[in-house]
Design a protein. Structure first.
Ligand SMILES: [Zn+2]
Ligand SMILES: [Zn+2]
Ligand SMILES: [Zn+2]
Lengths: 62, 267
């Protein structure tokens, strides 16, 4: 799960993750999507850009 | 002291504060980050958690969800009930319940709050993804606290200020040309002062690029900083609107000054 807030500045970023994921999968430019979501600082942008979703990997072993 | 608002929306603000000193500007900044009380989840009673997250991870995610805060609640340390071990009274705590069964994504909006005025400020924060047969059932207790104790209570995000830069451009006394380069386009590149298309001092990030192009003694461009004028920019995490946050920060400073003067009077 994506951290709820940015590590550096504390902005809530988790709420934009689903839109980010859907739009990037649809072929949109990542930088442009982040701009549209209002994540202007690079501390917040790296949170989404570098995230790897692990839920589906771990779920079978619960 | 004067305030000039450049941008004001629910979540963010940008304004120019003039006629004051750095100590006051920094006081406001720090008050917004650390001293404005907000509500956040501090205790969680877990009845069931078969999700992929450990109880502690789940607790952290819940704590970081900003809650809309109004002034009815007091910090436990100031409450008359004398809360012990985090168990307080209706004046100092709010309970939020969460009961979700998979397969489903659990959102902050799924909370059922005991007080309709206290809601997650953002309803679309994913808490945890539940697969078939997984369940989360818990009661979360929110308390009023301060940003200086933990991020969960930090209402101001990315609060900062800079001195107002003043950019003066004069053509070279020898050839009459002006050459300026700036990453923020505060001052566009121009061959002559008549062609200078824009001069926006608020945009200046003090990059100092001028220094690379010109030698320091070059008279064609001068960037100085007004020591008594500050360009503030800040965001709110959603527990208050940006303007409420600024006002509350000012109230905190006022309250402290009052307290100080009361102590002095009693001496
Ligand atoms: Zn950030
Ligand atoms: Zn109490
Ligand atoms: Zn010249």
């Amino acid at each position: 799960m994506l951290p709820v807030r940015c590590f550096s500045c504390g902005k809530v970023i988790a709420s934009g993750y689903e839109e980010f994921k859907a739009r990037v999968e649809a072929g949109e430019d990542k930088g442009q999507v982040l701009n549209d979501l209002g994540y202007s600082r690079y501390c917040c942008r790296r949170m989404l850009l570098s995230h790897i979703e692990m839920v589906d990997v771990i779920a079978p072993y619960q | 002291m004067d305030i000039d608002i450049i941008e004001l929306s629910k979540g963010s603000a940008k304004f120019v504060l003039s006629g004051t000193n750095p100590a006051f500007a920094n006081g406001i900044r720090r008050a917004m980050i650390a001293d404005v009380p907000t509500l956040a989840i501090e205790y969680v009673n877990l009845y069931d958690n078969t999700s992929v997250l450990y109880d502690e991870q789940l607790g952290l995610r819940l704590a970081l969800v900003p809650l809309t805060t109004d002034g009815d609640y007091v910090p436990q340390s100031d409450c008359d009930c004398g809360a012990v071990d985090g168990v307080g009274c209706p004046n100092c705590e709010v309970s939020l319940r969460l009961d979700v069964e998979g397969p489903k994504m659990v959102y902050s909006g799924d909370f059922i709050s005991a007080d309709p005025k206290v809601r997650p400020a953002d309803e679309k924060i994913p808490i945890v993804e539940l697969k078939e047969g997984q369940r989360v059932m818990l009661e979360a207790i929110a308390h009023v606290g301060y940003g200086r104790d933990h991020v969960r209570w930090q209402a101001g995000v990315a609060c900062g200020y800079k001195h107002l830069p003043t950019v003066e451009v004069e053509p070279c006394p020898e050839c009459g040309n002006v050459l300026v380069e700036c990453p923020e386009h505060a001052v566009f590149m121009a061959r002559s002062i008549e062609n200078l298309t824009e001069k926006d001092e608020l945009k200046c990030i003090k990059c100092g690029n001028v220094r690379h192009i010109f030698d320091l003694t070059d008279p064609s461009l001068k960037v100085t900083y007004d020591q008594h004028t500050f360009v503030f920019s800040l965001e709110s995490d959603g527990s208050y609107s940006a303007s409420e946050l600024i006002l509350k920060a000012a109230d905190v400073i006022k309250g402290r000054a009052q307290e100080f003067s009361d102590i002095l009077k009693d001496l």
